[in-house]
Design a protein around this ligand. Structure first.
Ligand code: HSE
Length: 449
């Protein structure tokens, strides 16, 4: 194998991630060439803010301010889009593919919202769009799901895929902080952005879940219809109560296939089960403190999967940050470069042309629930709560009432339910809310795992 093979690469965006990628490629060119047999030649870096690229060590004569100079360069075989967003970034990716270049991107929002068009274009042109860094940053999760676990029908996936939210919830739990206090601390330490909404509202996790659904469950979802709840309404009092009950709060992305398909149903002809349903959701959830994901603290990410052959697997690592993300992007660049130079499909992925599952309505979601009601402390109120829940087929597994303060006449009641249907539970909550026995809106947190 020749060690002289060269693959020319262009990069668009030299911010935190793009700068880290440029720096890594330039500083480790020898190591990458030794390990892959290809010299990765970073020939152009585009950024409107050119000094950012200089700061990453890119020679001035390789820095341009217009992405078209990268996309139009006939020598460049791989374009890494690392600017983020769904506007210009989409033009970068589409025009790179139109120009016959492979694409590497960390852009989860773009792929979750426009992935079908982008992958269709790549397929037409026989090109690769590699996106390891788009989900769980530095963890080689997509590599594992696409290649390492290719023989499995995935049955479920539970993921902590947003480090900002995990950091905030960890601080709230460990230091008894309210959400706002933990967010401020996260911002001060650089774990949360000045505008944290994309993270704390759950949208970033939703984008990643959409990609995991396509990759591991052969099912694209219409992102705008994904059930997403963020962590802004999680109260420190519920974290304290839940901790005492043996639970830890996490923002989870959940995918569950139903029915659990048997490996015999395919018959070896590559067709997929069309009648199964897929449940997808992003929501704050309580996990038993002994659950492996409950131990994933701070800004770390982790994903637990269950495949029908391999059973449970766990992937853990850093989901964000300059170098962890660069680690994944450079891995994609090297894999694509190897396929350019030596042939083979590289990290090509064949996205579903037809969904393997129907998306289940969220009202059919099943979970156990933590519920907290602040009720007027009068005779019969507790009985009414239990009766209404029972009438909607929600069964109570545990209950605790905190003694009323005799001056305000209010009592807090916490309930843990048996597994119940989301639609029934929300009808019960509506019924209870209409009864004038509540002092404030009820709290509902799903219990997973
Ligand atoms: N902002 C994300 C996080 C990383 O906090 O994990 C990029 O998706």
């Amino acid at each position: 194998m020749s060690m002289n093979a060269v693959c020319k690469v262009g990069l668009v965006g030299a911010g935190v991630v793009g700068g880290g990628v440029a720096e890594t490629i330039l500083a480790r060119a020898g190591l990458l060439a030794r390990r892959s047999g290809v010299h990765i030649d970073l020939v152009k870096v585009a950024d409107k803010d050119q000094p950012r690229a200089y700061a990453a060590g890119v020679p001035k004569d390789r820095v341009v301010d217009d992405f078209r100079a990268v996309v139009d360069d006939p020598e460049i075989r791989i374009v890494a889009e690392l600017m983020g967003g769904t506007g210009v970034a989409c033009d970068v990716v589409m025009s790179a593919l139109a120009a016959g270049k492979h694409v590497v991107t960390a852009n989860k929002a773009l792929l979750a919202e426009r992935g079908r068009d982008i992958f269709a274009k790549a397929r037409d042109k026989n090109l690769v769009v590699a996106f390891e860094a788009a989900v769980a940053g530095g963890i080689p999760l997509l590599l594992a799901l696409r290649d390492g676990l290719v023989a499995n029908r995935m049955q479920s996936l539970l993921g902590i895929v947003n480090g900002t939210c995990n950091y905030i919830l960890t601080e709230m739990t460990g230091k008894n902080l309210p959400f706002e206090g933990a967010l401020k601390e996260a911002q001060r330490l650089g774990f949360a952005e000045a505008d944290p909404s994309g993270d704390v509202d759950g949208k970033d996790s939703g984008h990643k879940l959409a990609l995991l659904s396509a990759l591991a469950f052969e099912t694209w979802i219409d992102f705008s219809r994904l059930h997403i709840e963020g962590i802004k309404n999680i109260r420190d009092i519920d974290i304290r109560i839940a901790s005492n009950l043996g639970y830890t709060p996490k923002l989870l992305g959940v995918i569950r296939a139903e029915p659990r398909p048997s490996s015999s149903e395919e018959g070896g002809r590559g067709e997929v089960a069309e009648n199964g349903r897929l449940f997808l959701s992003v929501h704050p959830a309580l996990l038993r403190t002994s659950h492996p994901l409950a131990a994933v603290s701070g800004s770390m990410n982790a994903v637990e999967t269950e495949g029908d052959a391999v059973m449970e697997s766990m992937f853990y690592g850093r989901g964000a940050g300059r170098y962890p993300t660069a680690s994944a992007v450079v891995s994609d660049i090297v894999a694509v470069a190897k396929s350019v130079v030596f042939g083979g499909p590289g990290p090509a992925w064949f996205p579903p042309e037809k969904n393997a599952y129907r998306i289940a309505p969220f009202t059919d979601y099943q979970a156990r629930y933590y519920l907290r009601f602040v009720i007027r402390d009068k005779p019969g109120v507790l009985g009414t709560l239990a009766t209404v829940l029972g009438a909607r087929n929600v069964s109570i597994a545990a209950m605790h009432q905190f003694e009323a303060d005799r001056f305000d006449g209010l009592a807090s009641v916490c309930l843990i339910t048996h597994s119940a249907r989301e639609g029934n539970l929300s009808q019960a909550i509506n019924d209870i809310s209409a009864l004038d026995i509540l002092h404030e809106p009820p709290v509902l947190i799903r219990i997973e795992g």
